[in-house]
Design a protein around this ligand. Sequence first.
Ligand code: HEC
Length: 243
Amino acid sequence: MFRKTVYGFTAIAVAVAGIGLALANHSPVSSAAAPARAESVHVPATYDSMDTSHDGMVTEKEAMAAMPNLNFKAADTNGDGQLDRVEFLDLQEKIANGTWTNAVPKKEFVKQIKGYDEDPVDVVTKAPKGTLKNPYDSANITVVAEGYQQFLNHGCNACHGGNGGGGMCPPLNNGVWIYGPSDDTLFRLVSLGSKKLQEAGYSRVNKETPALMPQQGGTTLTKAGDLWKIITWIDSMNMKKGN
Ligand code: HEC
């Protein structure tokens, strides 16, 4: 058990170090590839004037031809290799009000899965029993690190302890699962809380604490994707909890 717990935290440390490195690599000060200075970027008045191929999209090449001092990666916030209209307006506005820095913004959380923003309670209501599967892999250390961050963001640590090792409420890293270990059951328990889960026909198969967990879905936890990341982190501490 100890080894498994350590694994979870090693993963987080590695991921955090990775983010630090990525930022260092993209810093406009230290990177030779980054263009000179943000204040020397001159943005054309219109988007269409940069679109020399007239296909409705500004490619990196077209953007760089119009704005040689732009750090394209910083402007291409969704990372699709093109400067779209929203990104252009954002750039234009930031240059105008002096807040453009040419620095690559901090990396967004891992690529969003389908239905990421859905309310977990809606997801549970729609999906037949036993059909929910975690779209993330617990070997993905970035998702594991983000899952731990979400666990803290959503205040789960108040009851389950800062490291998920339990406190007033059951530990999440001891391999003992009150209603069973499956992704489907854990997702439902956290979304609905113990009372509604039991009303839906689930009963305890293991004893850990007599307390009921309050519903989290739709209250503090409004995104299914956040919850899957938390479950991925929980998985990583238990290696394979079985589905
Ligand atoms: C107010 C305290 C409280 C908060 C906040 C809370 N939990 Fe719980 N949690 C509990 C209790 C109590 C149980 C045991 C439920 C039962 O026995 O019916 C539990 C059970 C669980 C379990 C199953 C544990 C097992 O051993 O089977 C998981 C997973 C879980 N919680 C995750 C979360 C997550 C993720 C969050 C944050 C989004 C969270 N909890 C927030 C009190 C809480």
